[in-house]
Design a protein around this ligand. Structure first.
Ligand code: ZN
Ligand code: ZN
Length: 431
């Protein structure tokens, strides 16, 4: 029996429920199409004191939701601690917070995507009508705070399972509100596209879309994980004068140089001399660089024009070269110290613990401009489609960002590799 969209909007979920009397108990009224309810699928589930690949049974989707058959989901370093922990969790959940795939079903209120669309599902929604979306900060879309966190499926023993952050990812099926979907019209490999929804997309946005790197600028990228790699590529695309990369892991320094770095420094080797080294590099070959060579070094303080901090604190010690500070607070202090007065600093780290301090006079009238952003200021509906075009043209190198793919059965191994930092971009791919 058809129901008009207007009727659905005015009477809300109750109207939907009226046409879905067989909805499972214990959840919000749902729309049942009869085709996908009860569908069995595999997902990596964190439950009790463990985590394992389980077969789940899908529940009905809500009127504003989209059912996505996953093609790929990149493991994010930020989930490693939680996904591999052995503390007892009361609620079973599918970890991660991004993915991509093909739309298989949409609720009657969905407008943004259609069945058959390929979609990137980023970690941040974009509703377009909240206060933050209307103020140019879609990356802080407030839909994030109101997104439902109801179970999408049940385990064989009846245990309900939710998706971490409302979307999960390490699963053959995702159920998300349409606000989380960005349609992409391309044949690019799924393992490359999914990185646009989280790490690499965040780095790309940080150098282009939150505040723009100007051509010729001295840019420093702290940390060449997947986020930093996106930032390095953004700096290259903006024709930065120098792209100075700071990264303790040798293999990552090598990739960094391949995708846009002009010099890659090992912070362990530089030690306490790191900031001085950056200042020297930014001074270039003459003390009379400023004002067309008319003035000496004291005219403008030395330092980078633009610093992107993409250093994360360690969940546990890496199995490769460890950085000088597992808390990542030292690199944050250095962000300020290596930036010229009036320069720009974009913060991409998450879950900091502790404080840093700045010289008050420096902070005041010789300050730097700080930007912080969820996903580097990514405006996903605007930015992801254009990143797709740039990958197709070969100006963004996504192939080098994917260093390992795993089937869902080997999800734990993938998470461990990301935690150990033995691989750069680990992606779960689905048949
Ligand atoms: Zn992430
Ligand atoms: Zn919004």
């Amino acid at each position: 029996m058809p129901i008009s969209r207007r009727k659905m909007l005015t009477s809300g979920a109750a109207a939907a429920a009226a046409f879905a009397p067989q909805a499972a108990t214990g959840q919000a009224p749902a729309v049942l199409t009869g085709t996908n309810v009860g569908r069995r699928f595999k997902a990596f589930v964190r439950r009790g004191t463990g985590a394992s690949v389980e077969e789940l049974r899908l529940r009905a989707i809500q009127p504003n939701e989209v059912l996505v058959r996953s093609q790929a989901s990149a493991v994010c370093y930020t989930i490693v601690g939680g996904a591999l922990a052995t503390t007892n969790v009361a609620q079973a959940s599918i970890p991660n917070h991004s993915g991509m795939g093909v739309v298989e079903e949409v609720g009657p209120l969905v407008r943004r995507v259609k069945k058959g669309d390929r979609v990137v599902v980023p970690g941040t929604p974009q509703c377009g009508v909240c206060y933050q979306c209307l103020h140019g900060r879609a990356d802080w879309c407030q839909f994030l705070d109101t997104a439902p966190a109801h179970p999408l499926a049940d385990m064989a023993d009846g245990t309900p399972v939710i998706e971490q952050a409302g979307l999960g990812g390490l699963s053959e099926l995702m159920v998300v509100p349409e606000e989380y979907c960005c349609p992409v019209f391309t044949d690019l490999p799924a393992e490359q596209l999914t990185l646009l929804g989280d790490t690499v997309g965040t780095g790309l946005a940080a150098g282009r879309d939150l505040v723009q790197i100007e051509p010729g600028w001295n840019v420093v990228i702290q940390g060449a994980g997947p986020v930093g790699m996106g930032a390095i590529q953004a700096a290259r695309l903006q024709n930065a004068g120098q792209v100075i990369v700071i990264e303790p892991i040798r293999s990552r320094r090598e990739v960094a140089m391949k995708v846009g770095g002009t010099i890659a420094l090992d912070p362990n080797a530089e030690g306490n001399g790191l900031v001085a080294k950056i200042r020297t590099l930014c001074k270039a070959t003459t003390d009379r660089r400023y004002a067309g060579g008319r003035l000496g070094t004291n005219a403008v303080p030395d330092g980078a024009d633009f610093v992107i901090n993409a250093v994360g604190s360690d969940w546990f010690p890496p199995k490769v070269e460890a950085g000088p500070d597992p808390t990542a607070l030292v690199p944050l202090q250095e962000s300020f110290d290596m930036t010229r007065a009036g320069g720009h600093i974009v913060m991409l780290g998450v879950a900091w613990r502790g404080n840093v301090s700045f010289n008050a006079a420096q902070f005041s009238n010789r300050g730097r401009t700080f930007y912080s952003g969820q996903q580097g200021g990514l405006n996903m509906l605007r930015d992801i489609p254009r990143y797709v075009k740039m990958i197709e043209r070969g100006v963004i190198d996504m192939k080098s960002m994917v260093t390992a793919t795993y089937p869902i059965e080997r999800t734990r191994e993938a998470i461990q590799a990301v935690g150990d930092r033995t691989t750069l971009g680990a992606v779960i791919t689905f048949a």
